[in-house]
Design a protein around this ligand. Structure first.
Ligand SMILES: *Cc1c(COP(=O)(O)O)cnc(C)c1O
Length: 362
């Protein structure tokens, strides 16, 4: 029996892509071996690799101006790889700080150049409960790029309108909300997203990068860290994590099967609205610290008014088959992650549990 998985990442995956992997694990398409055992230079793997890339292109309507890359090392490596490629000791980049991950990205940029804080929504309690307004951004038109985090996985805030940064290249960490809805990729010079929230297993990060931006990348850094190396070699410069990419392919094919990213968005909106409505209608019992306009559809963070009841909430939820609701160690409270694999029915089960828990303990 599979549980209802609200883990923040690695997160639950849809069942169909996992079943597909199980069914062909020992013998991939009659080749007598697992996809894991195939050469990354062979036909069998190459077809999977290229299918993953073309599915991404189709699902996200990636324009021809952008390269689609797979890189190892996760989003944290991208915190370093972006400034490594695009900053020098004499240049600066603007950072929009909306949470813990953006703070980490700033720290890595300091090794290569000067990160300027163009916005920071941290409050007096060292928490992040909102996305900045356009008017708050103090942008430098000479910045090498502007870096933002589209969804704040820890504190549960999300950009619902992307900022206008003029002519400066916009770089976004979309690790926790890529593919949650259609986006206009052309607005971004570079998007990166660790796979383990919304695309597949850990071990791989997806990068979408504009060819003109890529061409500006430094050439005096090791080849293995240059985006250009990945673009020139179809992300096969060295051995990629083939099984991770294979599983991403399965998840992407599933997204296409169920109706594409538009259908995924409809489900995600319904899920988020169901859950926030349950918090709001039991406002004497639950409270959501995030400002309404900044609420995330991917990570819903809330508290119980009586914080001593939070442990029981998580434990009773687990007994009822729902795991992964304990808040991040920094924020405490409850965090429910509603990535694409979570179904509307899962959320209906959760909200009836929440109504019942409030009635019994309120
Ligand atoms: C999870 C996450 C990361 C870190 O990903 P790693 O793969 O562990 O490096 C970075 N940014 C965001 C927004 C995340 O959600």
């Amino acid at each position: 029996m599979r549980v209802i998985n609200f883990n923040p990442g690695p997160a639950g995956l849809p069942t169909a892509p996992l079943e597909r992997a199980r069914d062909e694990l020992l013998d991939f398409q009659g080749t007598g071996m697992s996809i894991i055992e195939h050469s990354h230079r062979g036909k069998a793997y190459e077809a999977v690799h290229n299918e993953a890339i073309s599915l991404l292109k189709e699902l996200l309507s990636v324009p021809d101006t952008h390269e689609i890359l797979f890189i190892q090392g996760g989003a944290s490596q991208q915190f370093a790889q972006v400034p490594m490629n695009f900053l020098t000791k004499d240049t600066s980049a603007d950072y929009l700080v909306t949470g813990g991950w953006s703070e980490k990205a700033v720290e890595e940029a300091r090794y290569y150049g000067t990160p300027r804080i163009a916005a920071n929504t941290v409050n007096a309690d060292k928490r992040f409960t909102r996305i900045p307004t356009q008017a708050e951004l103090q942008l430098d038109p000479k910045a090498a790029y502007v870096h933002m985090t589209s969804n704040n996985t820890l504190f549960g805030t999300q950009w619902h309108t992307f900022p206008d940064v003029g002519q400066v290249p916009l770089v976004a960490d979309m690790s926790s909300d890529i593919l949650w809805k259609p986006i206009d990729v052309s607005r971004f010079a570079l998007i990166y997203a660790g796979a383990q929230k919304n695309i597949g297993p850990s071990g791989i990060v997806l990068v979408l990068v504009h060819k003109d931006f890529l061409a500006k990348g430094r050439k005096d850094i090791p080849k293995v860290f240059r985006y250009a190396t990945y673009a020139e070699n179809n992300s096969l410069y060295n051995t990629p994590p083939t099984f991770s990419i294979y599983l991403c392919r399965n998840v992407l094919a599933w997204i296409k099967d169920v109706g594409g990213v538009k259908q995924i968005e409809a489900w995600n909106r319904e899920k988020g609205e169901l859950l926030y409505a349950a918090i709001d209608r039991n406002a004497g019992f639950y409270r959501a610290p995030v400002e309404k306009a900044s609420r995330s559809y991917m990570n819903v963070v809330f508290r119980l008014r009586d914080e001593k009841l939070e442990e029981a909430f998580v434990a009773e939820g687990a007994k009822a088959g729902m795991v992964g609701m304990k808040g991040h160690r920094i924020t405490g409270g409850i965090r429910v992650s509603l990535y694409n694999a979570v179904t509307v029915d899962h959320v209906k089960t959760l909200v009836s549990f929440m109504d019942d828990f409030a009635k019994r303990n309120g």
